[in-house]
Design a protein around this ligand. Structure first.
Ligand SMILES: Cc1ncc(COP(=O)(O)O)c(C=O)c1O
Length: 441
């Protein structure tokens, strides 16, 4: 169907949109009707360059042939098979291919349908793991300020975004938070990993002492915090966290929902920082956003600890109706094929320098108080308007969209994370457009 023939809704009332200023949107809708490679087409026929890979997920670009084909074939062949006590070939084939990509010693994969569900799964696994080993006192979970781990109760409890927490009661008990690592005074305009702040990891020692290490099950962090505005870990910080976790027997969970699948120019952030966690949570880039799917990867010892007791009994009382759904598994296999054919899981490394130079060329633009980058992620932090936080960045978002560019803003930070197929010329276009927008807000 040509884009112009796609019917437009004449009533936008019923859909209560997620994480959206509903009234603002409905008074001036931004409607996408099709997408291919690096671009969306809007309902009014404009091309929009995708500067954010959708929501950090369309890593392979839009409507990629192998993914489209895989989904079409699979839905016609086996649309659904029960996920509990039954299987289908693609879920197993996919798990085997995925664990070939994960760090050594992480050879097991548990399927979910989203990043939020991957996080809940990882937190439950961590607590249950200690229990099956006879350390049932380890129930506390440690997160970090400005962390984003999805929107379910476990995720918002260990997360550190006030707006996501304050409306929802008392959340999980037994949770504590490390400080975030964002330090504009010492690290503004750093290219790559900041010099200052590794010592902030030692706050985990303080928390361990406060609660006693024997009560702590796991520590969860995003290796690079994405949703709160691209907070890149200071040099040595993640290694230090790993050491402290090892010393006290805490599981270290890397939430790689954004950083997984090539975002930093390596398959996982664990590879980039050379720090192997005990559990990795993923979603988004797993299917390049095409079909909802997540996966949690665990070290062999964690999986093995559950494989006890009578063989006919369920070992882990957790799972989802759509865990490993056949169509999602096919989409993921098509995505992995595309990543492999085009070298996309490492392409970010080739482009990183160009991306960095391009982003930092905006340093002297109006209102810019910091620029930071790693892999194919970038952030431009703006001076907030006094008394109206977020307004300046949101108006940049609207202006960019008018110009034909999708950017993302969080607070007063512009976050960029294009599909991994972006060309140098498209980087120039995107950063050029952001530069013009900054001069016009
Ligand atoms: C690090 C991290 N964890 C979890 C999530 C939640 O993922 P989902 O929206 O698929 O539930 C996100 C989403 O942006 C994320 O960035």
């Amino acid at each position: 169907m040509p884009d112009s023939a796609i019917p437009q809704p004449n009533d936008l009332r019923a859909f209560w949109m997620p994480f959206t200023a509903n009234r603002q949107f409905k008074s001036n809708p931004r409607m996408m009707v099709s997408a291919r490679d690096m671009h969306y087409t809007t309902a009014d026929g404009r091309q929009i360059l995708d500067g954010t890979a959708g929501l950090w997920c369309v890593n392979a670009g839009h409507a990629r042939p192998k993914i489209v084909q895989a989904v079409q074939d699979q839905v016609a062949q086996l649309d659904y098979a029960p996920a509990f006590q039954m299987g289908h070939p693609k879920a197993f084939e996919l798990a085997n291919r995925l664990v070939d990509l994960t760090p050594d010693g992480m050879n097991y994969c548990f399927y979910t349908n989203s990043g939020s569900e991957s996080v809940e799964t990882a937190l439950k696994m961590a607590i249950a793991y200690h229990r099956v080993r006879g350390e049932g006192s380890r129930t506390r979970l440690i997160g970090r300020e400005r962390g984003y781990h999805g929107v379910n109760f476990g995720g918002i409890s260990v997360g550190g975004i006030v707006a996501n927490r304050k409306m929802f009661g008392t959340l999980l008990s037994g949770v504590d938070h490390m400080p975030h690592t964002h330090d504009l005074a010492r690290n503004a305009f750093t290219r790559g990993e900041p010099e200052h702040g590794a010592e902030l990891a030692d706050e985990l020692e303080r928390i361990a002492t406060l609660h006693d290490p024997s009560t702590i099950a796991a520590v969860i962090v995003e290796p690079v915090a994405g949703s709160t505005g691209v907070l890149i870990p200071p040099k040595g910080y993640l290694k230090r966290l790993r050491e402290i976790c090892d010393k006290h027997g805490f599981l270290l969970i890397f939430d790689e929902v954004i950083t997984g699948f090539g975002r930093l120019g390596t398959p996982f952030a664990a590879d980039y920082f050379d720090v192997t966690p005990d559990i990795i949570t993923t979603a988004k880039g797993l299917t390049s956003g095409v079909i909802p799917m997540g996966a949690v990867f665990v070290r062999d010892e964690i999986h093995d600890a559950f494989m006890n007791g009578p063989e006919e009994l369920i070992e882990f009382f957790h799972g989802y109706t759509y865990s490993g759904n056949p169509v999602a598994a096919a989409a993921a296999l098509g995505t992995l094929d595309t990543y492999e054919d085009e070298g996309l899981l490492t392409r970010g490394a080739d482009l990183a320098q160009y991306w960095e130079d391009s982003l930092h060329s905006l340093a002297d633009h109006p209102y810019v108080i910091d620029i930071r980058n790693i892999g194919l992620i970038g952030a431009i932090e703006l001076q907030p308007i006094e008394g109206a936080p977020t307004k300046r960045a949101f108006s940049a978002f609207l202006k960019a969209f008018e110009k034909g560019f999708l950017i993302r803003t969080t607070g007063d930070i512009i976050a960029l994370s294009p599909p991994l197929i972006i060309t140098k010329q498209q980087i120039d276009e995107l950063i050029g457009a952001v530069g013009e927008v900054l001069k016009s807000i």
